[in-house]
Design a binder for this molecule. Sequence first.
Ligand SMILES: Nc1ncnc2c1ncn2[C@@H]1O[C@H](COP(=O)(O)OP(=O)(O)OP(=O)(O)O)[C@@H](O)[C@H]1O
Ligand SMILES: [Mg+2]
Length: 246
Amino acid sequence: MKILALYCSKGGVGKTTASVNLAYAAAQQGYATLLCDLDPQGASSYYFRIRPKKKFNSDKLLGGKLDKFIRGTDFDDLDLLPAHFSHRNLDLQLDRDNKSATHLRDILMTQKKDYDLALLDCPPNLTLLSENVIASADMVISPVIPTTLSILSFEQLLKLFHKTGADKKKAHAFFSMVERRKSLHNSVISKYRKYRLFMKSMIPYMAEVEKMGITRKPVGAALKRSTAAIAYDRLWKEIESRGQLR
Ligand SMILES: Nc1ncnc2c1ncn2[C@@H]1O[C@H](COP(=O)(O)OP(=O)(O)OP(=O)(O)O)[C@@H](O)[C@H]1O
Ligand SMILES: [Mg+2]
């Protein structure tokens, strides 16, 4: 089982949207996929209309007792570990309990018999949880809106890799919510797209993605051949082609 984290310290850049749609794309390609909603906001869980069981909380998560709390979705090969409000304390708990730098990996690997891929929808933080995510994941992908502040957040992520000694080869990015009519977007893309870290596939700003809040489904499940579904499929194939999930 491989671990893929959608991470960025900046909020509202498209982590959850990508997590949901890439998890769906991976499952459609036959990867037994577990989407883990680590964000107490619970947006990924909301998109799949799933609530955590009453007894679930961050202690159970960090204690590695996941089996009872994983829920099936409406889609083949796609399960969800829902978020819980108590996940807002994950940082404090990792610190208090003096957990190892790869604790998250250890607990997720308890599920390796059942899944090919664990995909993590991470909260927008730069904390101990972020360090654990970076150390635990096989691949960390950051959505970057082509603006100066979003690039700054990505640079902070690379600094965190440096500070923690994590392998920078695991760090990747893609341009998210791209609006080609904006000159700033075009100039940021042309400056950064040459770097290997950036995927060639980009996710445009699309009304059909915003509609996920109403349909509460991955875009490919709502409309299989929509532009948005094709864009996430393409991004998934490029992620896979980088070879770190084999
Ligand atoms: N490609 C897109 N086109 C249009 N809207 C988008 C796109 N991607 C994301 N959005 C919208 O932008 C908002 C933020 O997206 P999302 O929740 O995925 O970001 P996030 O990085 O997970 O945010 P947070 O940091 O709060 O967890 C949502 O309302 C979502 O519908
Ligand atoms: Mg989110």
